[in-house]
Design a protein around this ligand. Structure first.
Ligand SMILES: Nc1ncnc2c1ncn2[C@@H]1O[C@H](COP(=O)(O)OP(=O)(O)OP(=O)(O)O)[C@@H](O)[C@H]1O
Length: 265
């Protein structure tokens, strides 16, 4: 049994004013194993966020099924923690308070909460900032807090919707490396939506490529890179460049080309 199983997912939105319907997700089927990192790529508007929202329980599919750890998804749950692009932290709570909140909601006994929260804050490099408020942190630190808050709940799957899109390019690289390190330490199951092919390949074990609307899975590409990964080692690797080229061609709608340096012609 896979941790996340999506079968024949289909979603139509009906415009309440005109009555017209938009097919946001055509027929999407794929699964994610426990401890696997999946990136989801696809053209703008192909339904990536809609699939994520349905897995999160924020939205309901028109047809098809989503199971997490064998149970059908029925509304939001800390078992499917979401890291948002906009951070979505509690501004009135401290860094520690933001992490403690989920633990309290989950019914973790009071005396266990703080050590668990501390462990996850250390994991994301926020030790020493426990008593600060979110507005006192940089964008990158807020995003790391978002990751700590979700992981402290030990979710079945961590859902991430372009979490690094609003931070500068240099911080983004750093956060991607940190997320890889966290993934390699804790091995959560991750479902990561992005537009960025390099990011998708750097982070993931597999990249799920969705086609244009009405979306279907075009291909699932296994990333042939060993872990641990750093940008330095990955950028030097032929496998990384070939995988990025292959996916870029796929997204452009071309037949994937043979990389020039492998072309015998
Ligand atoms: N609440 C909604 N009501 C009506 N249409 C919607 C709604 N949410 C999404 N859509 C439509 O569904 C389609 C898929 O949107 P979605 O945001 O899931 O795509 P996406 O692949 O995540 O896009 P992007 O890459 O641009 O972020 C789009 O055509 C969008 O306009």
């Amino acid at each position: 049994m896979s941790t996340l199983e999506i079968n024949n997912l289909h979603k139509e939105f009906v415009d309440s004013y005109t009555g017209e319907s938009v097919v946001a997700v055509g027929d999407v089927t794929f699964s994610v194993e426990q401890g696997e990192f999946i990136s989801v790529l696809g053209p703008s508007g192909c339904g990536k966020t809609t699939v994520l929202n349905i897995v999160a329980g924020f939205d309901k599919q028109t047809s098809g099924t989503v199971h997490v750890a064998g149970k059908p998804v029925d509304g939001p749950s800390p078992e499917r923690g979401v890291v948002f692009q906009s951070f979505a932290l509690f501004p009135w709570k401290t860094v520690m308070g933001n992490v403690l909140f989920g633990l309290r909601m989950r019914g973790v006994p009071r005396h266990e909460r703080e050590p668990i929260a501390q462990q996850y804050l250390e994991l994301v490099g926020l030790e020493g900032f426990e008593r600060k408020f979110p507005h006192e942190l940089s964008g990158g630190m807020q995003q790391r807090l978002g990751v700590a808050r979700v992981l402290a709940n030990e979710p079945e799957v961590m859902l991430m919707d372009e979490p690094f899109a609003s931070v500068d390019a240099q911080t983004r690289r750093k956060l991607q490396e940190e997320l890889t390190g966290i993934f390699e330490t804790k091995r959560p199951t991750v479902f990561f939506v992005t537009h960025d092919v390099d990011e998708a390949v750097f982070l993931a074990d597999k990249v799920v490529v969705l086609g244009a609307r009405p979306s279907q899975v075009r291909e699932i590409v296994t990333v042939p890179l060993e872990r641990p990964r750093t940008w330095r080692s990955v950028l030097d690797s032929q496998e990384f460049r070939h995988t990025v080229t292959y996916l870029t061609d796929l997204l452009a709608g071309d037949e994937p080309g043979v990389p020039a340096d492998l072309d015998p012609a």
